[in-house]
Design a binder for this molecule. Structure first.
Ligand code: NAD
Length: 456
């Protein structure tokens, strides 16, 4: 499927200009193609995720395969309705007219993905781009070469190959792609590269969605069930060994809560993984040596309340809790993206809110509290891509909620109907009539301009 970027974009643009993707039947057939791709390649996907990300079969289904299958079937189910022009209520001046919003495909769109959820991060926006009637180029991360190759070798068997393309490679290849003019760019990845994508898009005034990362804080108070809170927070740290954009990055709580939380976390980790977690095959590994060294270094010199063991041979890092962490420590300066939870103590929820608000806007904020008043303090008193109360990560599995960042965690959002809208220009359409009655009302805007007309 891969050719040079110029040929790919030219082919896709010609296909788009032919009008083929605007048709409901065509879009449906391509989504069914995606469905078939998933059905026929389920085992290949499990093996690719194992090879590239060391994900267990269970985790691959739970966090990737089920999610994508659900996204495809929900899109197929709703496509007709989503494509319908939206009728709007009419203000008095337009009472005899038609007012509509048409979801118009942008044209040729580019989807660039990160490595941590190779399927979800690339295919979910790709499916939305198809549904919205675009031609699309998919650029998976080079850090997951087996998944990237699978997409390149297989997707063309199920999709129209003039409209849909996979282009693989790293920085050089992505840079070459970005020299082409796209009509929309959907990027998932780090903040630093996000700025490069934004700058490249600006050259052509191409609109973008930037799904970035950052540090997602958790606040926990003593009204919460600490055992449930520990299970949910530690699950968020352990799933994909913390390599999740909305992983609970650090915990803010009182010293009293901290001590109880650490004990509950110890219990739950032992219950889940037994004594020898390194031998437990559902616990994952860090993606590569560079990230292993980075995360291991963040642990160094800290007081360890849980875990702390690492093994460079297979890039193993034990679920780890650090206490007495200082806000100026390196671990508090960057997204951890690993199974390490620093805890910082705060005396009040107001202090936690002040701490959060003094830092870049997170992709998600988590609040564990049984008090609706405390929950609302965080929902209303902070800014973030989203908030999840009494759980972590689950907000992004709920397709009716928009998922995306704000400020330095990115902009734009997707999932469910929001994905379709993201890949569609929302075109305002006013359809007037040429009746004599309507024209009579329009006299007000034609000269001669008199005071009498103005006061009508
Ligand atoms: P990354 O930015 O290094 O890579 C992402 C993509 O950009 C890859 O396809 C890569 O080939 C490309 N790329 C890398 N360097 C480039 C360059 N110089 N020029 C052009 N393209 C380049 O990100 P990553 O390490 O793959 O992913 C981890 C980051 O992604 C974390 O910060 C995480 O929080 C974030 N993330 C965000 C979401 C979200 O939905 N908001 C989801 C997953 C990951």
């Amino acid at each position: 499927m891969s050719k040079d970027p110029e040929t790919i974009v030219k082919t896709a643009r010609e296909a788009f200009n032919s009008g083929i993707t605007k048709d409901y039947g065509f879009r449906l057939s391509q989504l069914r193609g995606m469905q078939k791709f998933m059905e026929n390649n389920e085992e290949n996907i499990v093996q690719a995720l194992k090879q590239d990300n060391k994900k267990s079969r269970y985790e691959s289904y739970l966090m990737e395969i089920v999610h994508i299958k659900k996204a495809i079937s929900a899109t197929i189910k709703n496509l007709k309705q989503w494509m319908e022009p939206e009728k709007l209520p009419k203000p008095l001046l337009f009472i005899t007219d038609q007012l509509e919003i048409h979801s118009e495909p942008y044209g040729v769109v580019l989807v660039i993905g990160a490595w941590n959820y190779p399927l979800v991060i690339t295919l979910e926006p790709f499916i939305a781009a198809i549904a919205a009637g675009n031609c699309a180029v998919l650029k998976p991360s080079e850090l997951v070469p087996t998944c990237a190759r699978l997409f390149e070798e297989q997707l063309g068997k199920y999709l129209d190959t003039s409209c849909f393309h996979v282009y693989n490679g790293g920085v050089a290849e992505t840079t070459a792609l970005l020299e082409q003019r796209f009509d929309y760019i959907f990027y998932t990845g780090s903040r630093g590269v996000g700025k490069l994508i934004y700058a490249a898009a600006a050259k052509f005034l191409t609109p973008v969605t930037l799904e970035l990362g950052g540090k997602c804080p958790v606040y926990l108070d003593d009204s919460a069930d600490l055992e449930i809170a520990a299970s949910r927070i530690m699950w968020g740290k352990c799933i994909n060994v913390g390599q999740t954009c909305v992983e609970p990055d650090y915990l803010l709580c009182s010293q009293f809560v901290r001590d109880k939380f650490v004990q509950a976390a110890k219990n739950v980790i032992k219950k889940w993984y037994g004594k020898n977690i390194a031998q437990n095959d559902v616990y994952g590994r860090i993606i590569n040596d560079q990230h292993f060294q980075r995360v291991s270094k963040l642990i160094e010199g800290h007081k360890i309340a849980l875990g702390g063991k690492t093994n460079p041979q297979d890039r193993f890092i034990e679920p780890t809790i650090l206490i007495d962490v200082n806000p100026d420590d390196p671990i508090m300066q960057e997204e951890i993206f690993g199974p390490v939870l620093p805890i910082l103590t705060v005396a009040t929820p107001e202090e936690a809110i002040e701490f959060i608000n003094a830092r870049p806007k997170p992709l998600a904020i988590y609040v564990f509290s049984s008090s609706p008043m405390e929950q609302q303090k965080f929902i209303k008193g902070t800014s973030s891509g989203g908030v999840c109360v009494n759980d972590v990560i689950m907000q992004l599995t709920c397709e009716v909620l928009p998922f995306g960042g704000v400020g330095s965690s990115g902009f734009g959002a997707y999932h469910g109907h929001h994905s379709f809208k993201t890949f569609s220009h929302q075109k305002g359409v006013l359809i007037k009539n040429l009746s004599k009655l309507d024209e009579y009302v329009q006299q007000l805007r034609y000269p001669p301009y008199t005071l009498k007309k103005l006061n009508t």
